[in-house]
Each structure stands twice: as structure tokens, then as C-alpha cells.
Ligand binder design. Structure first.
Ligand SMILES: CCCCCCCC/C=C\CCCCCCCC(=O)SCCNC(=O)CCNC(=O)[C@H](O)C(C)(C)COP(=O)(O)OP(=O)(O)OC[C@H]1O[C@@H](n2cnc3c(N)ncnc32)[C@H](O)[C@@H]1OP(=O)(O)O
Ligand SMILES: CCCCCCCC/C=C\CCCCCCCC(=O)OC[C@@H](O)COP(=O)(O)O
Length: 233
């Protein structure tokens, strides 16, 4: 009767899910990580067979495979202004960064031929790390600014030569303090190269973008009516 312990677990699990929003939160969090790992296991051979290795076209596979995950977590997205991304040529997308769930929102609107900048530690996140590498994600070492700048300069050249788009989280880290962290400059150094501006434009571009994102963020946060679980995730 080795399996006798399963019965209490089967009884307690629904009870906890029903009564404790904190439990639901951590349950969803574990599910999210495990499920993304599993999806990556499936996506890895598909990407390799389709593109033969690291290729930005693999982001289409990743985008397709991630889009349904929101339903399991009870999340929905409202998208506006999507048409502005439907232009030719390279550009830089910036967004705020609150948690790993941002990946779901990203996949909701990710244009074709668009990859992202991520911390190099993500490369070691098991199958998720591997799928990120296959998707052409550009990994930077945040502790070594000069290395990171070099990597981003190379990314800028690829962006222009191959007409790809890059998604950057200019706060440079996750932030759940109800506002925006000051922006790092890398995204704007990329953008000036895509738009034919000069290094003198970086500060103004960064400040304007910060102002626009901050007011949009505060407006959207003001509309939030529902909270489910601990504030850090
Ligand atoms: C089926 C599949 C299954 C599921 C699998 C799921 C897969 C999902 C797939 C895909 C989704 C992936 C999602 C991943 C998400 C990850 C997100 C993250 O990891 S966020 C952390 C990393 N991101 C950044 O850090 C931002 C980029 N960082 C920067 O841009 C910084 O600027 C950086 C690192 C380059 C330097 O940072 P500094 O801390 O030194 O600060 P500064 O003030 O910005 O720069 C210092 C000086 O250097 C100049 N500088 C910066 N960049 C420059 C450049 N490129 N050229 C010249 N000068 C530059 C600046 O102008 C500044 O100079 P002056 O002080 O103004 O004089
Ligand atoms: C065997 C290795 C186990 C590793 C387990 C962790 C793997 C995570 C798995 C699934 C989550 C799927 C989405 C992953 C992409 C989100 C990455 C992310 O949000 O990284 C945080 C980074 O932007 C900022 O980092 P910090 O806030 O500075 O820190």
C-alpha cells in the first residue's frame, strides 16, 4: 500500500486551491516554470529541424507555442496600437519588466523577426535557456558594461544588416515597486542606429520614452481592479 499517501494529497490539494489565494499563487508559479520547461522540450527539436540551429525565425515557433499558456494561469491581454509594429525594417521595442510572466505579454504582440536582449544567466535555465539561444536572444553580461556594450554593438549591426527588430527591457532588471526604474541607455544606442539619429539624441530619446512609458504605466495601473496573491512574483 505504498500509494496510500496519495489520497490525503488528492484531498488536500483541491482544498488548498479552493481556500488559499497564496497557495493558488505559488501553485501557478510552479506550474508556469514547469510547463514552460516542458514546452521548450517540445520546441527545441522543432526549431532545430526547421532552422538547423540558432535563427530568429525560431521566435515564430516560440511565439506560437507560448500563446495559450495564459489560459492556464487565468490571464488575458488587452492589446492596443499593435498596428504600429507592422512596419518594414528594423526597430527597437522597449517595455517595463515586472516578472517572468512578461514573456507571455511579449509573445502576444511580438512582431516577426524580433528577438530580445537578456541577462546571460538565462542561458543556464535548462531547456528554457536552450530555446532562448535557438531563438536568437542576445545575451549580455550586466556586470561587465564594456562587454555588454560590445555585444549590443554587434547586435546593432545584425539588426541593420538583417532587418531584425530587438525588444529591450530598459530598466535592466525586474521591478515591482509600482513605478519605473531609471532607464539604461543600451536600447537607445540601438535605436539611434536603426533610425539614423546620432549619439547626441540618446539622452533626449531616453527621457521622452521614459515619460511616455511612465504615464502609460500609471494609467494602466490605475485601471487595475484585481489582485490575486502576494505582490512579489
Ligand atoms: C516554447 C518555448 C517555451 C518557453 C520558453 C520561453 C522562452 C521565451 C523566449 C523569449 C523571451 C525571453 C525573455 C527574456 C527576458 C529577459 C529580460 C532580461 O534579462 S532584463 C536584463 C537584461 N537587459 C538589460 O540589461 C537591458 C539592456 N541593458 C542596457 O542597455 C545597458 O545600457 C548596458 C548593459 C548596455 C549598460 O548598462 P550600465 O549599467 O552600464 O548603464 P548605462 O547607464 O545604460 O550605460 C553606461 C554608459 O554606457 C553608455 N552606453 C550604453 N550602451 C552603449 C552602446 N551600445 N554604445 C555606446 N555607449 C553605450 C551609456 O550611454 C552610458 O554612458 P553615459 O553615462 O550616458 O555617458
Ligand atoms: C535547471 C535550471 C532551472 C532554472 C529554472 C528557471 C527557469 C525559468 C523557467 C520558466 C520561465 C519561463 C520564462 C523565462 C523568461 C523570463 C526570464 C526573466 O524574467 O528573467 C529575469 C530577467 O529578465 C531580469 O532578471 P533580474 O530581475 O535582474 O533577476
Amino acid at each position: 500500500m505504498d500509494a496510500v499517501w496519495i489520497l490525503p494529497v488528492l484531498l488536500v490539494l483541491p482544498l488548498l486551491l479552493w481556500t488559499s489565494s497564496t497557495f493558488v499563487f505559488y501553485f501557478k508559479k510552479c506550474f508556469y516554470v514547469a510547463y514552460m520547461m516542458l514546452l521548450a522540450v517540445i520546441a527545441i527539436p522543432i526549431c532545430i529541424l526547421k532552422s538547423g540551429g540558432r535563427d530568429i525565425e525560431n521566435m515564430r515557433v516560440i511565439r506560437f507555442m507560448v500563446r495559450h499558456v495564459k489560459y492556464f494561469l487565468g490571464l488575458r491581454f488587452q492589446v492596443s496600437g499593435w498596428e504600429h509594429l507592422q512596419t518594414d525594417g528594423p526597430y527597437v521595442i522597449i517595455s517595463n519588466h515586472q516578472s517572468s510572466l512578461d514573456v507571455l505579454g511579449m509573445m502576444e504582440v511580438l512582431p516577426d523577426r524580433c528577438s530580445t536582449i537578456a541577462k546571460k544567466e538565462l542561458l543556464w535555465a535548462g531547456t528554457v535557456g536552450m530555446i532562448c539561444w535557438l531563438g536568437g536572444i542576445v545575451f549580455i553580461n550586466r556586470k561587465k558594461t564594456s562587454d555588454a556594450k560590445n555585444v549590443m554593438s554587434d547586435a546593432a549591426k545584425t539588426m541593420l544588416a538583417d532587418k531584425i527588430r530587438l525588444w529591450v527591457f530598459p530598466e535592466g532588471t525586474r521591478n515591482q515597486n509600482g513605478g519605473l526604474l531609471p532607464f539604461k541607455k543600451g536600447a537607445f544606442h540601438l535605436a539611434i542606429q536603426a533610425q539614423g539619429l546620432t549619439a547626441d539624441d540618446v539622452t533626449l530619446l531616453s527621457e521622452q520614452s521614459f515619460g511616455i512609458m511612465r504615464s502609460a504605466f500609471l494609467e494602466i495601473s490605475g485601471q487595475s481592479v484585481q489582485s490575486n496573491g502576494p505582490s512579489t512574483h
